[in-house]
Design a protein. Structure first.
Lengths: 631, 291
């Protein structure tokens, strides 16, 4: 069907036989396996490398959490089977007689956060989707700097390996939380067996330097590509919203990560060279004064960390929003509502995200003036987020919705992100946050944004672009088997956490709150502590619910239903390229004549008009959709 | 497959790819050093009165290094201009001078300035014992003048074994000039010219000392920031020197024969990086040497 889409992008289907990778546009000789898949400079291969490693890390990080859920639901009880296995691998420091030690619990918590955010979601949402989709959507043959792109993945890969390696050093992986607050993390592991480099926290820092390098290389590449390699006619306001979201995300990574890198260099100096950047004067550890110069500031770490940490939140959500926008427009068969306000909102969001960071630090005693400023900016930043979400909801209005698997995930994203966003507002007020700070309420709030929010968007994106990457579709049936239990379990996990948090349960309690009066209080028939059991069961069921996805994913690569180049009848440029696109992407350089979401143009035989279709002389401009009820 | 605009500019943006890439990279670098400089500000504002030292660095040497870096920023532009005029011999000369300047900077920094600090010694006096060392510190005079107190006695350690030997109960310090005549404002820091420690030995009891080390990163937050920032800056200088050397070696000649404009572009991009490294130093120099 796409053959009719544009004269300039017609191509031969026989050009992309199973031996893909060498395409019509590029070199015809076959590259050896390791050049094609291991050290490739092709943005699509790098995107897939990032995607698969990121998904593996996501699942690994989730497994860490499933272990923690046992300890929370049944504190001090032997973890059946797995407990013994972990004890055999990591020793009694992690599992003593099958019972999780407090140190190991702390490691699991810190590494769950670190791995999910920096090795899971960012690589998949930004690096994988960005690498694979952005050059295709803007009509570019590749990224501007293909070799730097490859180096970006390699730095990420080594950083990830070091993170994993840190589980095996004496004392185990980092245990200072994903925020690594000082002075605790400065002095962590510094016992008698302290090794200068091979200890959890120092390896965490070293791995981070590699991850930041990787994200820097990626961010430069993305921005340069979007500015320089847009196809002829691809003006800024014709970019798909996904590209805009990635563009802003790249700027966030480019500018927010380096201050954390400076903080990490300083913490590394503290740990390795004995400086006192973050260590205050008069520090006493285990009853003895520490031999340091002192004079450092623990608050300095928090400022530098959250200067990254807050923009990072938008790094996690913006690519997800971009994916949802593409899926919504495609499956409602009408233009995305308010494209211009969406673009403006995402730009404002990116800018504001740099001046809200201290709302993570209400309890540090920064002073009321500072708090008032950051409280105000935090209130303001909710405006563009609400505009984006509202535009998505309005986009559903009057559409003839196709409930494909990607669309199921995208529609689920909307209320889930809404819950996550709205429950953040009490945390933004420092008075309410005094009570809610560091409770399970906070956990529930940001997981609603990141887990059923971003991760659902990522799943949607995988189902949506899978046919472009492989030429085959993932199974609809197994997609639904994946979707519904995931949606139910997500809510079964995180909704009760709001209750637990409002009872005052602290997020870092090792015993699930068993010994605390606060957690003994009952709400909806269960005490705060006893809510842990249904939550944990839901978490384990959700682990099972990912099995259909994993099988579907790998099975469909070779055995999925074969589809043509534009199976979703979409309008954007990536669907004019062959599936899978060859090296160099397009058979002929695409030329763009219209906006990204020209669905259901009046007076046309088909309900989608691709960006490459020239505008007819007598064609009316597509009417801006309105909210009117009578149509 | 060819990536477009690697050498020639894209008409509507007016940029070739690497140029936009380097500007983005430099934006990120600004944030990196910005993080470190904000740490400097934070720690300096947080420091107890008397605990942020002044005038411990060698200003003339720092000035020399500043001049060297600025000169190299000029020569790298001349090297680029020579390439634009297709005068390869002149390019080689100017690029050679640039590389030489970078190396001189590093040698002075790492071979002279840093080691000078490793042999300098400072002992922080316990607040209870400050009175005892009044003849060396002159705090009464400072108090009357409304100046922050002195809490540290610095100089060259005479009995090095005192650092490790618990049996030795005192440090013998060849005093820095300011402690020989503490109430004389002419002796106070900072001096423009470097003044070495005097022959006069001050004896400080270990029991009166809060903390005493060589001028290493561990000595105080001032030296922690100094070594970290100049160290990171030094790594940037080294990176610049390596890249320039790469363009100066036969690799550059080969590229010049194939595509002189491409080499000119590469030198321009590396030059932009070099100017940035220079600019960072323009901040480092006053913050650590002068203020």
């Amino acid at each position: 069907m796409d053959a009719s889409s544009s004269v300039s992008t017609q191509h031969h289907h026989d050009a992309h036989s199973p031996a893909h990778g060498s395409g019509a546009a590029g070199d015809h000789h076959e590259l050896p396996f390791w050049r094609k898949y291991i050290i490739s400079t092709d943005h699509k291969v790098i995107g897939i490398q990032y995607g698969i490693s990121g998904l593996i890390f996501l699942f690994f990080g989730f497994c860490l959490m499933m272990l923690m859920r046992w300890q929370l639901a049944f504190p001090g009880q032997r973890l059946p089977i797995v407990g013994k296995m972990i004890e055999n691998v990591l020793g009694p420091g992690a599992m003593a007689n099958g019972v999780m030690t407090p140190e190991f619990y702390n490691s699991l918590g810190a590494m769950h956060g670190t791995i999910m955010i920096f090795l899971g979601i960012v690589p998949v949402a930004f690096a994988a989707f960005g690498n694979f989709v952005v050059p295709l959507q803007i009509g570019a043959p590749d990224m501007t700097f293909p070799k730097i792109n490859m180096a970006s993945y390699q730095a990420f890969f080594v950083g990830g390996l070091i993170m994993l390696l840190s589980f095996f050093v004496p004392g185990g992986a980092a245990k200072g939380g994903w925020t690594s607050y000082t002075p605790l993390s400065d002095i962590a592991d510094k016992g008698p067996t302290y090794h200068l480099i091979f200890n959890g926290q120092t390896l965490w820092l070293i791995a981070f330097i590699l991850l930041i390098t990787s994200s820097l290389l990626g961010a430069v590449n993305f921005i340069a590509t979007i500015i320089q390699l847009r196809a002829k006619g691809m003006t800024w306001m014709r970019l798909p919203f996904f590209v805009w979201a990635q563009f802003v995300t790249a700027f966030l990574l480019l500018l927010a990560f380096p201050p954390l890198e400076s903080a990490i260099v300083m913490q590394l100096m503290d740990r390795v060279a004995g400086t006192s950047f973050f260590l205050p004067s008069g520090l006493v550890v285990n009853g003895a004064a520490v031999s340091i110069s002192g004079g450092g500031s623990p608050l300095l770490w928090q400022h530098l960390f959250w200067f990254l940490g807050h923009p990072e939140v938008y790094v996690l959500i913006l690519p997800g929003m971009g994916i949802v926008a593409e899926i919504l427009a495609n499956n409602t068969r009408k233009p995305l509502w308010g494209y211009k306000s969406l673009v403006l909102s995402v730009l404002v969001l990116g800018f504001l995200s740099f001046i809200v960071w201290a709302h993570h630090m209400w309890l540090t005693g920064m002073g009321t003036a500072v708090s008032a400023f950051f409280q105000t900016t935090t209130m303001i930043i909710s405006i563009p987020s609400v505009i984006i979400l509202s535009a998505f909801f309005i986009s559903l209005w009057g559409g003839s919705i196709r409930f494909t698997v990607p669309m199921l995930f995208a529609t689920a994203f909307l209320p889930m992100f809404g819950i996550g966003g709205l429950t953040g507002i009490p945390l933004a007020f420092n008075t309410a946050d005094l009570y809610l700070h560091d409770t399970y309420y906070v956990i529930a709030h940001f997981h609603y944004i990141v887990a059923p929010g971003t991760i659902f968007a990522l799943f949607g994106g995988i189902y949506y672009w899978f046919p472009k990457a492989t030429g085959r579709k993932m199974s609809d049936f197994w997609g639904k088997v994946h979707f519904w239990p995931s949606l139910i379990c997500m809510n079964a996990i995180f909704l009760p956490m709001f209750l637990q948090g409002m009872l005052g349960m602290h997020r870092r309690w090792y015993d699930g709150g068993q010994g605390w009066n606060l957690a003994a209080e009952k709400v909806w028939g269960l005490s705060g502590f006893h809510w842990n059991t249904p939550i944990s069961i839901a978490a384990w069921v959700m682990g099972l619910a990912q099995i259909p996805f994993i099988i579907n994913f790998f099975w469909s690569i070779r055995h999925g239903e074969k589809v043509d180049d534009n199976p979703w009848e979409a309008t954007t440029l990536e669907w004019t390229a062959p599936s899978p696109p060859p090296h160099g992407n397009f058979v002929a350089a695409p030329v763009v004549y219209r906006g990204p979401y020209e669905y259901s143009l009046p007076g046309r035989a088909k309900d989608y008009t691709m960006q490459t279709e020239p505008v007819q002389p007598n064609e009316r401009k597509a009417p801006e959709p309105t909210m009117s009820l009578g149509h | 497959m060819e990536i477009p605009y690697t050498v020639t500019a894209r008409p509507d943006t007016g940029l070739w790819n690497a140029k936009i890439g380097i500007w983005l990279f430099l934006a990120s670098e600004v944030m990196l050093f910005g993080g470190l400089f904000s740490a400097y500000i934070f720690l300096r504002l947080d420091a107890e009165p008397g605990y942020w030292p002044h005038g411990l660095l060698n200003v003339p040497v720092g000035t020399f290094n500043t001049a060297i870096l600025i000169a190299s920023s000029v020569t790298v532009v001349l090297a680029w201009a020579a390439l634009k005029m297709r005068q390869f011999a002149r390019y080689k000369i100017y690029m050679g001078i640039t590389i030489l300047c970078g190396v001189i900077f590093l040698v002075v920094k790492l071979g002279y300035e840093w080691p000078q600090k490793y042999v300098h010694f400072g002992a922080y006096i316990k607040s209870s014992a400050l009175e005892k060392y009044e003849p060396l510190l002159g705090n009464k005079h400072l108090l009357a003048e409304g100046l922050p107190p002195r809490v540290e006695i610095t100089g060259h350690l005479h009995n090095h074994e005192a650092l490790h030997d618990p049996k030795i109960k005192e440090y013998e310090i060849a005093l820095d000039p300011v402690y020989t005549d503490p109430t004389n404002p002419k002796m106070d820091r900072p001096h423009f010219l470097y003044v070495p420690p005097t022959e006069k030995i001050g004896v400080v009891q270990k029991a009166d000392v809060e903390r005493a080390t060589m001028f290493l990163p561990t000595h105080n937050t001032y030296f922690a920031t100094y070594f970290t920032i100049t160290g990171l800056h030094g790594l940037h200088v080294l990176a610049g020197v390596l890249v320039f050397t790469y363009f100066w070696l036969p690799v550059g000649s080969k590229l010049y024969r194939e595509n002189p404009e491409h080499l000119a572009n590469r030198v321009e991009v590396a030059g932009l990086f070099w100017h940035f490294v220079d600019l960072v130093w323009i901040f480092v120099f006053p913050l650590f040497y002068l203020l």
